[in-house]
Write a protein that binds this ligand. Structure first.
Ligand code: FES
Ligand code: FES
Length: 164
């Protein structure tokens, strides 16, 4: 067993874990933060994306011990109380989901994308950046619109109209 400590969604957490515990297991099974999903066992789907030290990572590819001393944000940490994060609001506005299974990972990837690349994201850039996130439902069109709009909203710019 090994002691791991990190900040998750602004709160310090410490636990005694099996050193083989993946970050996604730690979040879901130890902390009960089940918004971070597991959609594959091949590091392909992106349903498990969280932010670690300010960057998007697939939590199924990171050991919890690798996050020791770090700062982790999950989908549960994005909203400001009852107020959705602008990217969450954009996904709702643009119907960027159907079953919702991929959505937490999509949104965490999208927020990271906007943080790195700014508010003016082209469709080509968004589609390229979402390469590591798989959606089996939507056909991606509305997700792309949502990311485009959410990135603008994160910068304080008005969202695009949903009906296009
Ligand atoms: S569960 Fe992590 S990439 Fe699929
Ligand atoms: S909304 Fe169902 S997998 Fe994306």
């Amino acid at each position: 067993m090994a002691i791991v400590s990190m900040t998750v969604n602004g709160k310090p957490v410490t636990a005694d874990i099996d050193p083989r515990t993946l970050l996604v297991q730690f979040l879901r099974e130890h902390l009960r933060l089940t918004g971070t999903h597991v959609g594959c066992d091949t590091s392909q789907c992106g349903a498990c994306v969280v932010h670690m030290n300010g960057a998007a990572v697939k939590a199924c590819t990171v050991l919890a011990l690798q996050a020791d001393g770090g700062d982790v944000v999950t989908i549960e940490g994005l909203a400001n109380g009852a107020e959705l994060h602008p990217m969450q609001a954009a996904f709702r506005e643009h119907h960027g989901l159907q079953c919702g299974y991929c959505t937490p990972g999509m949104i965490m990837t999208a927020v990271d994308m906007a943080n790195r690349l700014g508010p003016d994201l082209s469709e080509e850039t968004i589609r390229s950046e979402l390469e590591g996130n798989i959606c089996r439902c939507t056909g991606y069109h509305n997700i792309v619109r949502a990311v485009e709009s959410g990135a603008r909203a994160m910068a304080g710019q008005p969202m695009r109209e949903a009906a296009e």
